[in-house]
Ligand binder design. Structure first.
Ligand code: CA
Length: 250
């Protein structure tokens, strides 16, 4: 019996986008060829800085979807090494599955890799079939919390409940009045728990591109928000400052 084969584009749609970060060209091209043949949409980076820029650009552009569905990450890389890159991605709030592929194979190497936020660790030299099987397993386990939040319902975080359609916010059981800007900022944070937003990103999303003020406006609104949602606004536990980056929920 003949079964219909999915076209390559249908398969890529299902498997998603994979970012390969590897400075050795031969390995990078071999991986790209193999994963492309499996049906992944493949993007490559030859060093850590390029990879960070790619993920960061896509993170700021993405609405509700993560920038990549999977990252395969070498450790010894120019400019930013794999461990630092992994750490930075997690600090930005990215929950994309990360598989480290490294020549460093001691138990300590593996533990450190997993501790900075990688989901799996494979040592070079590796078998391509095993790598592909691990990629698939990672994706099976991966469920993005961002994509599971329904557009038209209620958002909850800690003791805060946001009723989207009614534009109401309840904090620790009490209804609190929010200005439209404050509501919009809080909604953005609650739709993307743990994601770090820079001041410029918040300005763009909440105030729009034609806003002429500066990023201090964001700080002022965050202060007002903290007065409404935090138990102790001078020691925020909900709207946290991520030094050098911006703000994060939780
Ligand atoms: Ca390398």
């Amino acid at each position: 019996m003949l079964l219909a084969q999915p076209t390559k584009s249908q398969a890529a749609l299902k498997l998603g986008r994979v970012l390969i970060v590897e400075d050795e060209e031969l390995i990078r091209e071999t991986l790209a060829f193999a994963l492309g043949g499996e049906g992944y949409e493949v993007v490559t980076a030859g060093d850590g800085r390029t990879a960070l820029e790619m993920t960061y650009e896509q993170l700021s552009a993405a609405e509700l979807t993560p920038p990549f569905d999977l990252i395969i990450l070498d450790l010894m890389l120019p400019y930013i090494n794999g461990l630092d890159l992994c750490r930075l991605l997690r600090r930005q709030g990215s929950n994309v599955p990360i598989l480290i592929l490294s020549a460093r194979g001691t138990e300590t190497d593996r533990v450190v890799g997993l501790e900075v936020g990688a989901d799996d660790y494979l040592t070079k030299p590796f078998g391509m079939r095993e790598l592909i099987a691990r990629c698939r397993a990672l994706q099976r386990r991966y469920r993005s919390p961002e994509t599971t939040i329904p557009e038209d319902q209620i958002l909850k975080f800690a003791d805060i409940t946001l009723f989207l359609q009614e534009c109401r916010v309840v904090v620790r059981g009490t209804e609190v009045n929010f200005s439209p800007k404050e509501f919009r900022i809080l909604e953005l944070f609650m739709r993307h728990p743990r994601r770090v937003w820079s001041r410029d990103q918040l300005l763009e999303r909440v105030w729009g591109n034609d806003f002429m003020g500066d990023s201090k406006t964001v700080d002022v609104h965050i202060r007002w928000l903290r007065e409404k949602v935090e138990v102790d606004p001078s020691h925020p536990q909900i709207l946290q400052t991520v030094r050098g980056f911006g703000y994060r929920l939780g």
